[in-house]
Write a protein that binds this ligand. Structure first.
Ligand code: PXP
Length: 241
């Protein structure tokens, strides 16, 4: 069974747009969990554009499933993760100007620094995942530095899919190869970014997928259908695999 991690950052994006105290990400967590989410993902960005420090600590306290904390590998956020004690972290690249996380982390290019961050988090009992592109050199680097898991960035696949399923096939093949390499390297294999109710099927069909982290499409669908139904409908797709 493929697990569903729901990324609730965009509930906070909506709240921050008006600097209001609603809609509440904490309330969203309870609804997602009731609808079948296996974990909840939040990204405390360095610029705090959506989720705030207070949110993540409240979420951690109230939630019943597992907290997956997306984060940049910078000292400030690593220290917050050590205090927060999420079930897992996913280390992502972060640029202040970007609309969302563009491209995976260059693990191979900063192995020494990232190995120290991974060790610090793992020594505190936190499972560490790295958000990377489906490149063999990056997967091997993740295994080398002792990461527990990788999350493959499916953004490129999702963008290509918009021009037709066939256009996305080469990138899909790269993701399949990545899943096989991850298995050989004993890395848990997760994926996410840009996945929606149409493009998710081919990703689900890849063997060895542990979890998909999906945010924007679910929150966008919730505007019309309500959050509970939006999560249930995505979960129903994942349950078929
Ligand atoms: N996984 C990671 C590491 C991400 O950075 C994001 C976006 O915040 C997602 C998954 C979810 O992407 P989307 O919101 O496009 O579903």
């Amino acid at each position: 069974m493929i697990k569903l991690g729901v990324n609730i950052d965009h509930i906070a994006t909506l709240r921050q747009a008006r600097m209001e105290d609603y809609p509440s990400p904490v309330k969203a967590v309870a609804i997602c969990e009731k609808a079948g989410a296996d974990s909840i993902t939040t990204h405390l960005r360095e610029d705090r554009r959506h989720i705030q420090d207070k949110d993540v600590f409240e979420i951690k306290q109230c939630m019943r499933t597992k907290l997956n904390f997306e984060m940049a590998a910078c000292e400030e956020i690593v220290n917050i993760a050590l205090r927060l004690q999420p079930y897992s972290v996913c280390i992502v690249p972060e640029k202040r100007q970007e609309v969302t996380t563009e491209g995976g982390l260059d693990v191979a290019g900063q192995k020494k620094y990232l190995a120290e961050v991974v060790k610090k988090l793992k020594d505190n009992g936190i499972i560490v995942s790295m958000f990377i592109d489906p490149e063999p050199v990056q997967i091997e680097a993740c295994a080398n530095i002792g990461a527990n898991a990788i999350e493959i960035h499916t953004g490129k696949y999702a963008n290509l899919f918009k021009s037709g399923k066939e256009k996305a096939l080469p990138e899909l093949e790269k993701i399949k190869q990545a899943s096989m390499l991850a298995q050989q390297q004993n890395l848990i294999f997760n994926a996410g970014h840009g996945l929606d109710y149409n493009n998710v099927y081919d990703i689900c069909a890849i063997k060895n997928i542990n979890e998909l982290n999906i945010g924007f499409s679910i929150i966008a669908q919730a505007v019309f259908d309500g959050l509970e139904k939006a999560v249930i409908d995505m979960k129903k797709i994942l349950l078929k695999y």
